[in-house]
Design a binder for this molecule. Structure first.
Ligand SMILES: [Ca+2]
Ligand SMILES: [Ca+2]
Length: 253
């Protein structure tokens, strides 16, 4: 009668180990391979750096579902490449991410760059690393400590992207960014919880919740022809003359 008892126990233990091996699926708030929750779709820390087109850093979210998802009370957080302990930057979020749509969180600006981001959905002041660091989407506003290595079992983390950083999801970190490249998902919204295969680096493509993208400023060099002649000639000839006249007028009187 005692012989059959160990068998079910062994099966239960075996099942538990299998779940552990599978990445603790029932406990993992950040596990979203089913495409049923928000993901961090893009991370860019080179904004305003030398050679950058965009003036600001940003983090972009994507909603792969058919219904809007509220982010009220949530936050986007940042920890540097070799950081330990809690995230050092926390940007509270408001509003919601539209169905099959994006949500743009603007971060700090640098001295270079020519183009503004489209109107952001939330704005923070985090100076993100230009080539590396960790972005965390949290379901609260308390700074999260993502630990080190794979961070798949933290209930406060909805999604995490470790860009050449000391913490990541699953099998490895996402490759480094640069002043002209962001870390973004290879397929829209696709999240297997492995940063190393889910994301790669290419030119930044920020999109806000209205679907708007950056609009480059109109530079004088692009206005060739009649418009330039009409605008430039009167300005160039009248300005020195005006200045001289004013200077002479003042010195005379
Ligand atoms: Ca994930
Ligand atoms: Ca994008």
């Amino acid at each position: 009668m005692r012989a059959p008892l160990p068998s079910p126990r062994r099966i239960a233990v075996g099942a538990g180990l299998a779940l552990l091996a599978a990445g603790l699926t029932p406990l993992a708030a950040s596990a979203n391979p089913a495409g049923n929750g928000l993901v961090i779709s893009e991370v860019y820390g080179g904004g305003g750096n030398s050679g950058a087109t965009l003036k600001n850093d940003f983090i972009e979210l994507y909603n792969p579902t058919d219904a809007a998802i509220s982010v009220a009370g949530w936050s986007l957080q940042w920890r540097s490449q070799n950081g330990t302990g809690a995230a050092t930057g926390v940007t509270p979020l408001t509003g919601s991410v539209p169905a099959k749509g994006h949500y743009l969180v603007q971060q700090s600006a640098g001295n270079a760059g020519t183009t503004n981001l489209p109107t952001p959905d939330a704005t923070g002041t985090i100076a993100m690393g230009g080539s590396n660091g960790t972005a965390i989407l949290s379901n609260g506003t308390t700074a999260v400590d993502p630990g080190a290595g794979s961070a798949l079992a933290n209930a406060a983390i909805v999604d995490l992207v470790g860009v050449d950083s000391n913490v990541w999801e699953g099998a490895g970190k996402a490759p480094a960014m640069s002043n002209t490249s962001s870390s973004k998902r290879n397929a829209t919204g696709a999240d297997s919880d492995n940063n190393n295969t889910d994301l790669s680096s290419s030119a930044p493509t920020p999109v806000n919740s209205k679907g708007e993208v950056p609009v480059p400023p109109v530079l004088p060099s692009s206005k060739k022809g009649l418009l330039t002649e009409l605008e430039k000639e009167p300005t160039e000839t009248s300005k020195p003359t005006g200045d001289n006249t004013t200077a002479r007028g003042r010195s005379t009187s």
